[in-house]
Design a protein around this ligand. Sequence first.
Ligand SMILES: Nc1ncnc2c1ncn2[C@@H]1O[C@H](COP(=O)(O)OP(=O)(O)OP(=O)(O)O)[C@@H](O)[C@H]1O
Length: 288
Amino acid sequence: MNVEVRDLSLRYGEVTALDRLSFELAEGKIYGLLGRNGSGKTSLMSVLAAFRKQTAGAVRVGGRPVWENAAVTSQVCLIRDTGETVDLGTAGDALYFAEWLRPHWDARLAKELMTLFGLKPKVNVTSMSKGQRSAMGVVVGLASRAPLTMFDESYLGMDAPSRQAFYDVLLADYMEHPRTIILSTHLIEEVSPLFEEVVIIDEGRLVVHEERERLLDRGNAVTGPAAAVDAFVGGLTVLGEKVLGPTKSAMVYGEFDDAHRRKAAEAGLDLGPIAMQDLFIHLTGGPK
Ligand SMILES: Nc1ncnc2c1ncn2[C@@H]1O[C@H](COP(=O)(O)OP(=O)(O)OP(=O)(O)O)[C@@H](O)[C@H]1O
């Protein structure tokens, strides 16, 4: 399902969490939603899932407003960082409830994922560890196959092998059953290979909405003899530097054209990509 957000604002009393946000997400892609702590990611996803009503502006999912619209909300699944929202009863009860609620539910996938993450249907959700609860959320989020599926840092409590299993299953299932998926995360380097497009917000406002590859084009790592690197990057926006013996690597913000590339080659310098995390830190104003 596509998503249209127009001049969206959300206020909690005096606090403005979303500030006239506008963007459109096409159907059937995986989006990364990035932002500093308190930038408005959870607030935005809560409005998209109709958990909260916006203060102003419009939100349409699949061309229709989401608020108090059961026909749309049954197609939208938001899994929050606390894992699955159903805290009463066993894991089996949570799956039963999700199946009842979710029109595209795949019980076979749910069962496979329960086994993959070592979850037992008879165990009470409240007695699960943090990572197990996160994994429960992931099971429900994936098996729901909702046309708009959002994971709000839901996999944060999971250990590294479980997170990797989640990324692998998400990608494989998305290839077979394309849908719109939004992943919010602070583990930028780990999760960003999954993104097709990236939305960055800061203080409730849109900073960037771009294809992942285009965003990465905004930065370059310049590596070579320290003196040559210093001469090359003079006057450019340098985000950081690393020195290893006589070799230096400088991360530069800004796209390079053919002239830059020629000059770098003549100076014996290598140009390479920089990490999305470094671009993110720069675009959201550096350390605060
Ligand atoms: N229930 C609430 N009542 C009052 N203020 C809130 C509430 N929920 C969020 N806020 C405020 O709204 C702003 C956006 O919060 P939000 O949780 O959407 O950010 P976030 O990007 O998800 O942050 P994080 O990365 O830390 O989870 C923050 O200033 C936060 O303090």
